[in-house]
Design a protein around this ligand. Structure first.
Ligand code: GLC
Ligand code: CA
Length: 535
């Protein structure tokens, strides 16, 4: 892999859209493809390179699109195939890429394949899902749990058997050990590749293969009931099975038969396991999502160790990536406190590796309180009251100060944030000190500076509470300093003077730094160091 000519998914920035909540074009309160198309000017202005859409396929919406009843069409709520083609053409015309969410682990129970599979034990698709006889006592075949609460097994009267579902009972798991399933699913991917999509975000890819012997999962020694009963067992025999890599290899081969298509895998695993999904070089996913910034406590020292550890664990062919937010986790400003939003932005956009940005984080959207009668997410309905629900981070994009934040002319499917009159795109575009302006400046800087987009990473020694690192490309050396503390911090640069390229906070006027610099509370700086004569 030569960094002289990085590929688009290496130097680029991915922007995740949750289609239900981005922009509604027809007043039904649900975002759609025409809505997204009408907002491409904004994405181009922001400067992102690729757009990933959460699922837009026909779906009964038991899990809001992650229950697919037809992999090769568009749900009427979102539009039609011709709307999709128009969107894709517009995205490409602007020099951007489009990535679809592919959901191979499970279909909807309304998918014709499952309808057929459940009819009898001997129909042609009887083995396309994971069917097992009841245990001798008539109960489920083993102890496997659903990630959304309760047993992972549901009994079916017609077959007098149980089927396995890692998520809702409306989301039966496909049997990826069956070669017909593999072929059929690869065909579904091909459909979109032929249409011109630039890649896939592959949903729960580490779940695809389950233990052949259906062994019981072990107890989780660290289980705490307030984490939710779905965490009671370790997912030893239901996820991260060695044979999953054979399946991924086939997906990769398909992608590689086209030009520069990309696959990013959703994988929640410790770093040592995560990096195995790069494969042996050319046969894994291009990017296994790295969720450490979502999962770790927000402390400078913890993050420094995590970055260094991740950098060291990457295989030689593995290109890094970082994610700060998504549709399954609370908004970053709510996780860390709004005072951390700015250094979080600077961190995401200056680390080495492809950044993925979740819609709305760039204007500092926070979790919206969802009243019990407003709850939509099945996770919250199944395991209520523990804060597991994902509605708070899925609320409508805040475009402007008009009714419903300019998202819809109707009634939005989830409530709009109460602060939308002040926190919105239109207001922040005009405000040089806004979070949105900072994101845009960071994106522009990343584009200008090869050191940031493709340069080397090196940790830099700083006082406690400050995270520091260098990004280097040729003679160009950029120092990033992020103050996680609510107090000033003095950083000694010794012989390293330089020029401040960007501060996360408005009101810093001096540009030159000499032997030391003072970081204001929660401030982040990017400093271009003077080129030294002798190294
Ligand atoms: C992934 C998705 C999540 C969904 C689940 C089941 O984790 O990101 O939103 O509920 O898979 O498909
Ligand atoms: Ca709509």
């Amino acid at each position: 892999m030569t960094m002289q000519q990085p590929l688009w998914w290496q130097s680029g920035i991915i922007y995740q859209i949750y289609p239900r909540s981005f922009m509604d074009s027809n007043g039904d309160g649900i975002g759609d493809l025409r809505g997204i198309r009408s907002r491409l000017d904004y994405l181009e202005w922001l400067g992102v390179d690729a757009v990933w859409l959460s699922p837009i396929y026909p779906s009964p919406m038991a899990d809001f699109g992650y229950d697919v009843s037809n992999y090769v069409d568009i749900d009427p709520q979102f539009g039609s195939l011709s709307d999709f083609d128009a969107l894709l053409a517009d995205v490409h015309r602007r020099g951007m890429k489009l990535v679809l969410d592919f959901v191979p682990n499970h279909s909807s129970d309304q998918h014709p394949w499952f309808q057929e599979s459940r009819r009898s034990r001997d129909n042609p698709k009887s083995d396309w899902y994971i069917w097992r006889d009841p245990a001798p006592d008539g109960g489920p075949p083993n102890n496997w749990l659903s990630n959304f609460g309760g047993s992972g097994w549901t009994y079916d009267e017609a077959r007098q058997q149980y089927y396995y579902h890692a998520f809702l009972k409306e989301q039966p798991d496909l049997n990826w050990r069956n070669s017909e399933v593999q072929d059929a699913m690869l065909e579904q991917m091909r459909f979109w590749l032929e249409r011109g999509v630039d890649g896939f975000r592959v949903d729960v890819i580490w779940h695809l293969i389950k233990d052949e012997d259906f062994r019981n999962n072990p107890e989780n020694p660290d289980y705490r009931p307030d984490a939710g009963s779905h965490k009671r067992l370790l997912a030893t025999y239901t996820t991260d099975r060695p044979e999953v890599h054979d399946v991924i290899r086939k997906m990769r081969q398909l992608l590689d038969s086209y030009d520069e298509r990309m696959m990013v895998g959703e994988i929640y695993l410790p770093v040592e396991r995560l990096v195995t999904y790069y494969g042996a070089g050319g046969d894994g996913v291009h990017l296994p999502f790295n969720f450490q910034l979502i999962l770790l406590p927000w402390q400078a020292e913890t993050i420094r160790q995590a970055v260094d550890h991740y950098e060291a664990a990457l295989p030689p062919h593995g290109w890094p990536n970082w994610v700060l937010g998504n549709h399954d986790n609370h908004r970053l400003a709510s996780r860390f406190g709004t005072e951390h939003s700015r250094i979080a932005a600077m961190l995401l956009l200056t680390l080495r590796g492809t950044p993925t940005l979740y819609y709305g984080d760039e204007i500092g959207m926070i979790d919206v309180t969802i009243r019990p009668e407003q709850v939509q997410d099945p996770f919250e309905k199944n395991i209520p009251g523990l804060g597991l629900g994902r509605d708070p981070e899925r609320t409508p994009m805040q475009w402007d100060g008009s009714a419903n934040a300019g998202f819809t002319s109707g009634t939005s499917w989830l409530p709009v944030a109460p602060d939308y009159r002040t926190t919105n795109v239109a207001v922040q575009q005009e405000d040089p000190s806004s979070v949105l302006t900072l994101y845009r400046e960071l994106i522009q800087l990343r584009r200008r500076e090869a050191a940031l987009s493709v340069g080397r990473y090196r940790s830099f020694c700083t006082p406690p509470g400050v995270l520091g690192y260098m990004r280097e490309w040729g003679n160009r050396r950029l120092l990033v300093l992020l103050n996680f503390q609510p107090c000033e911090q003095r950083i000694d640069l010794e012989m390293l003077g330089g020029e401040i390229l960007l501060s996360s906070h408005p009101g810093r006027h001096e540009r030159e730094v000499k032997e030391h610099c003072l970081l204001r509370p929660h401030e982040g700086l990017i400093i271009a160091l003077q080129e030294t004569e002798t190294p």
